[in-house]
Ligand binder design. Sequence first.
Ligand SMILES: NC(=O)c1ccc[n+]([C@@H]2O[C@H](COP(=O)([O-])OP(=O)(O)OC[C@H]3O[C@@H](n4cnc5c(N)ncnc54)[C@H](OP(=O)(O)O)[C@@H]3O)[C@@H](O)[C@H]2O)c1
Length: 333
Amino acid sequence: MAKGTAPEGIPVRKLYTGAEMPAIGLGTFGSDKYSAAQVAEAVYGAVRSGYRLIDCASVYQNEKEIGKAFAKLFSDGIVDREELFITGKVWNDMHGDGQVIRSCRKSLEELGLSYLDLYLIHWPFPNYHAPGCGGDSRNPDSRPFSAKEYMGVWRQCEELVESGLVKHIGMSNMTVKKLEAVLPLCRIRPAAIEMELHPAFQQPELFRYVTERGIVPIGFCPIGSPSRPERDRTPEDVAAAELPEIRKAAEAHQVHPAVICLKWAVQRGQVPIPFSVKESQYVDNLRGILEDPLTEEEMEQIRLADKNCRLVKGQVFLWPGAEDWRLLWDEEP
Ligand SMILES: NC(=O)c1ccc[n+]([C@@H]2O[C@H](COP(=O)([O-])OP(=O)(O)OC[C@H]3O[C@@H](n4cnc5c(N)ncnc54)[C@H](OP(=O)(O)O)[C@@H]3O)[C@@H](O)[C@H]2O)c1
C-alpha cells in the first residue's frame, strides 16, 4: 500500500500552538468486549485506511499491543511517526508526586514511542477502581475535586511538555466550573479537552466554553457507545444512533446511523474518536466524514434532538457519602 493512504483529504483542526490534529480519530477502549490484540489489529488496519489520530490510555490495558502495531506500521513503511497524532492519558491512580511522569514514560515505552502528541489527565480526581468492577463499587479513598490537587497533576504535565516527552497537554471529563477554577492557574494551557459528545449529549455550554478559548474539543462515545460495559448502562439511557432525526438522515444519505453521528460531529467542529475493530465500520466511518455532508437543516434538526443524556456517568468515582453521580459533574442531584 502506498505511503499516506488518502490522508490529505482528511480535514484537520489547528491547535493553538499551530500544530494540526486530524478531525477524526480511532478510539482504543475495547469496552471489556474486545481483546488488546483485536484493538491493536484495528489500529494497524485503520492507519492503513487513512486514520492518523489514535486515542490511547494506560487504563485501556492495551498499549503494549498497540505499540507493536505502531512498530509494524513504521517498519512496513505505511507511515512515519511524524504523520501520526497519538494521544495518551494518565489514569486516576497515578496522580501523586512524580507518578504522572512515571506513567507517561511507561506508556511511551509500551507504545514504543519517544513522544506523545497529546497527553490528557483522564479524570479530574485521584479516585479509581479495579478494572472491570461493578457500577456500585466504591473506593473509600475517593474524594471530591480539588483544584489544588489537580494543579499538582497539571504541573507534572507541564514538565512533560518542557522535557519534550509530550507536545501538548489536555484534560478530560471536565466541567465549566472546574475549568474556571484551574485555567487561570495553568502555565501551559490545555490544547484539547476530551468530553462525551454525541447527538443525545451535546454539552452546548461546555462545547462553547472550550471553543471560545481556542481549545479543541475531542468527542468520546461519538456513536453513543453501543457496546459500552454493563456498568455504564442505565434504563434511562438514550441511544444516539436511534434518535428519529439520526435515522431520518441515515435514510436520506443511505448510510448507517453511526456514520450520521460522525458527520454531525465533524461538521459541528469537535474531533470524534469512534471505536471499532471491524474494518468495514472504521472504513465507513472515515469515508463518511469525507463525502456527502449533512445539510444545514439536518444539522439544525440534530442540534434540536439533544437529550442531555450522559452515558459515562462515572459513578464508581463517587466518594463515601456521595450518592448521586451528578455531583461529579457539579450538577444538582
Ligand atoms: N476520556 C474518556 O474518559 C473516555 C471515555 C470513553 C471513551 N473514550 C474514548 O472514546 C472512544 C470511543 O468511545 P466508545 O468506544 O465508548 O464509543 P463509540 O465510538 O461511540 O462506539 C463504538 C461502537 O460503535 C459501533 N460502531 C462503530 N462504527 C460503526 C459503524 N460504522 N456502524 C455500526 N456500528 C458502529 C461498534 O459497536 P460493535 O463493536 O458492537 O459493532 C463500536 O464498538 C473510546 O474507544 C476511547 O478511546 C474516552
